[in-house]
Design a protein around this ligand. Structure first.
Ligand code: NAD
Length: 427
């Protein structure tokens, strides 16, 4: 049966490679759509959990995963050879940076080589991982054509970025516009038909490069605006102006302004990384993307600003950081979310540790948190804990924190997120 018919009548087998924050929700969505889904991940622990219907991703409730497993249309494996049973392959592997902040697309290359080995004519291959413009055309296609597949005829290749906002209660994959760019118009049309089966709104682009550039631009946009407001926060601190009040006041303008909020840095698998994919690529075209570099510099400087401010606060109280007990509230990168990746708390706590501070932390989303060789265990928030620490440092403002209790019992609070905004008489 032609691939298009298999996609339309849901008899196509979907392979999702990489069952992480992006891949697992996508695999569940495709199972709910009616397809048979094979999830492939090199991490055997994740594979075992997925097969037992036990979710390890906050956005996927156990109930949904168990239901997917129960249909017998979803199964997970570590075996890349299963690609040969699939009609559609969705690549959802990580795209980190090297220590020198250069793109590390080794996982994409490894998976592409496996696809080239096990592919058969009549397959759709879609890259969902974020990468620099040109990845699909310059990295994926050359591997696939080594087996003499004709792109747009035997094999359909597209880029369709995941835009999931982890923890967002309103927007999930199924109701967020899905960009689709194909290597050829036939590739784009095939990918569009596939995503139309499960996602309400599809936006086709004229090429894979446009879709790739759009995805990184979205994250550059956030990084630059966060940097702008972080710089404003540092100025407001010097001028003794409440930056959060300024932002709320500016947000009353109902056109031409969009609020972004300052913090102790940026975190997660997107904003701290993706812009560097573009700045790296831009050098090939003799262009230095100064906004990206500047935003990175400011955002990466925020943990140092927090350190300096904490030292100043303690100094004003006749104390010093060395030997002081600092209670960190919130270590995950985002409020009400358990994702610890690239959390600014890591850098802030590392800096505090180096200065001789004694650290303790509370986070209902992270039982353990490792800084260097030290693994900390989360404490329970209590008046006694608050009062025995020299300073309470709010790095992530989870909504479950009792901010009134924090302000009442902590000797002093450094609130980098404005979590205490509604507490009268906050310190
Ligand atoms: N997390 C987000 O909010 C988000 C949002 C949009 C886009 N993205 C992008 O999506 C991609 C995936 O991100 P994620 O957050 O899901 O990452 P993740 O680390 O949560 O998941 C990736 C999974 O791929 C597996 N993996 C790695 N190499 C593999 C290989 N060679 N073969 C099989 N499995 C392999 C890992 O074990 C892991 O389970 C990245 O490019 C990221 O930038 C992420």
């Amino acid at each position: 049966m032609p691939l298009l018919d298999k996609i339309k009548n849901h008899s196509a087998v979907i392979g999702v490679v990489g069952l992480g924050y992006v891949g697992l929700p996508l695999a569940v969505l495709q199972t709910q759509t009616g397809y048979r889904v094979i999830g492939i991940d090199e991490d055997s622990e994740k594979v075992d959990l997925a097969n037992k219907g036990k979710s390890y991703i906050g956005d996927v409730p156990d109930k949904d995963l168990a239901q997917a497993v129960g249909t017998k249309r979803f199964s997970a494996s570590t075996n890349l050879e299963l690609i040969d049973q699939c009609d559609v392959i969705l690549i959802c592997v990580p795209t980190p940076l090297t220590v020198n902040k250069e793109p590390d697309i080794s996982a994409i290359i490894k998976v592409t080589q496996a696809i080239a080995k096990y592919a058969h004519p009549g397959m759709l291959v879609v890259l969902e991982s974020t990468s620099y413009p040109g990845t699909t055309e310059e990295v994926i296609v050359p591997e696939l054509v080594k087996r003499n597949f004709e792109i747009g005829k035997d094999l359909f290749v597209a880029f369709s970025p995941e835009r999931v906002d982890p923890g967002n209660p309103s927007f999930k994959t199924h109701n967020t516009y899905k960009l689709v760019g194909g290597i050829t118009p036939a590739c784009c049309a095939m990918a569009q038909t596939f995503y139309e089966q499960s996602i309400a709104k599809i936006f086709p682009t004229s090429s894979t490069k446009v879709a790739e550039m759009t995805k990184v631009f979205e994250n550059v946009f956030r990084s630059v605006n966060i940097a702008l407001v972080n710089e404003l926060a540092m100025l407001c601190d010097r001028m003794d102006i409440n930056v959060f009040e300024v932002i709320d006041a500016a947000a009353t303008k109902n056109f031409g302004f969009m609020p972004f909020y300052p913090g102790p840095g940026v975190g997660g698998h997107c904003i701290p990384l993706d812009p560097y994919y573009l700045s790296w690529k831009s050098k090939e075209y003799d262009l230095h993307t100064r906004f990206i570099e500047l935003a990175g510099e400011i955002n990466e400087g925020m943990p140092y600003f927090v350190l300096a401010k904490l030292q100043r606060i303690l100094n004003q109280r006749g104390q010093c950081l060395n030997g002081s007990v600092i209670l960190v509230l919130g270590v995950t990168y985002k409020a009400d979310n358990g994702d610890p990746r690239q959390s600014p708390a890591t850098k802030v706590m590392e800096l505090l540790q180096k200065e001789g501070a004694q650290l303790t932390y509370v986070d209902p989303y992270a039982e353990k948190f490792k800084i260097g060789n030290i693994e900390y265990s989360a404490k329970k928030l209590s008046p006694a804990l608050l009062s025995e620490c020299q300073c309470t440092l709010i790095l992530t403002a989870h909504s479950s924190f009792d901010y009134e209790m924090i302000v009442e019992h902590a000797p002093v609070v450094l609130d980098t997120r404005n979590g205490t905004q509604h507490v009268p008489g906050k310190k």
